[in-house]
Design a protein around this ligand. Structure first.
Ligand code: NAP
Length: 293
């Protein structure tokens, strides 16, 4: 079994790459820049083809190859403002790359998002119908629909909010920590309910899903869920620091496109299929605290 991680310079892709390597698998990773750091291959989804960037032998020997698509333009407002550019990257060229991977004999694994829902009810399952309210969500829903219709043997992993325990990386906890160090208020979107999940669990889940030969769509999500401001209160309670936490509406926050309020997912089907146990947020925050020393 081998892995090619598209978007291995990103937050989630970096963890999948490191985890797959730690298990001893042969792994390659890409970033969009032509000469990326960290031994990654340069691959731009719009410009490049896999056959031009990845040695042919990678696909030809050594067992099944999984091509994990962790590359996207995922800034919500940018997807709205630059609809044509982001649609080209996130939909047309992502589909093209996955189809090329399949022709090369590899199995595509695609990372999708809870933003395929409008967030009115929450606790979404794999069979709930799409109801995106943002351009980013529509782009994710387009790929999910296309895969459901034409590529039932690919694996789609649907995620909600992903956090980490490393203060040096960019994610919700490191952002809150930086804000508190700079004595800024912790501003949260009001009424947002999500299921924060540790990025290390996502890496483990994706590799496990490949090892078990899962196909189709799975929600991969912690069973804990919080309002954003409650998670912030727990974060600073465990850290032992002071922070002023306030909530603002989406309008007050100046968002250009809408965010779903209740984006939390029911990840029970994936847990049943794999037996994976997710880290509690208390544990993730405690590990974050240890790392800041
Ligand atoms: N993080 C979350 O909370 C979350 C939640 C739900 C779903 N997701 C989904 O999970 C996936 C990974 O998210 P992430 O947070 O790890 O994203 P990220 O940190 O923004 O990383 C994005 C990756 O995509 C690459 N990329 C961007 N444009 C590209 C292009 N034109 N061609 C090739 N590569 C390109 C980037 O390469 P460079 O570094 O070279 O630009 C980077 O490696 C995305 O599909 C995202 O929508 C994430």
């Amino acid at each position: 079994m081998k892995f090619l991680i598209i978007g291995a310079s990103g937050f989630i892709g970096r963890h999948i790459l490191a985890y797959a390597k730690s298990l001893g698998y042969e792994v390659l990773g890409t970033a969009s820049r032509p000469q990326p750091a960290e031994g990654l291959l340069g691959l731009d989804l719009v410009r490049d083809r896999l056959v031009e960037k990845v040695p042919a032998s990678f696909f030809q020997t050594g067992g099944p190859v999984f091509v994990i698509i962790s590359a996207a333009i995922s800034q919500i407002d940018r997807c709205y403002r630059e609809r044509d550019v982001t649609c080209a990257v996130n939909v047309a060229n992502t589909m093209r790359l996955m189809e090329e991977a399949a022709v090369l004999g590899a199995r595509p694994v695609y990372l999708t998002s809870s933003f395929v829902f409008d967030g009115r009810v929450g606790y979404y399952t794999e069979s709930d119908p799409h109801s995106p309210i943002s351009e980013y969500g529509r782009q994710k829903a387009d790929i999910e629909s296309e895969c459901r219709q034409r590529h039932a043997d690919w694996l789609l992993v649907r995620l909600d909010k992903i956090v980490g325990d490393d203060p040096a990386e960019d994610h919700l906890f490191s952002e809150w920590y930086r804000w508190s160090q700079a004595r800024h208020q912790i501003v949260c979107m009001a009424n947002q309910v999500f299921s924060p999940t540790c990025v290390d669990d996502i890496a483990r889940a994706i590799i496990l899903g490949c090892q078990k030969g899962l196909t189709g769509l799975y929600n991969v999500s912690n069973s804990e869920y919080f309002t954003r401001d409650e998670l912030a209160r727990q974060f600073f309670r465990i850290l032992g620091g002071e922070a002023s936490i306030i909530c603002k509406t989406q309008q007050e926050l100046g968002f250009v496109d809408l965010r779903p309020e209740k984006s939390y997912l029911d990840g029970g089907r994936f847990v049943q299929a794999t037996g994976l146990r997710f880290m509690a947020m208390r544990q993730v925050i405690s590990r974050f605290k240890e790392k800041i020393g």
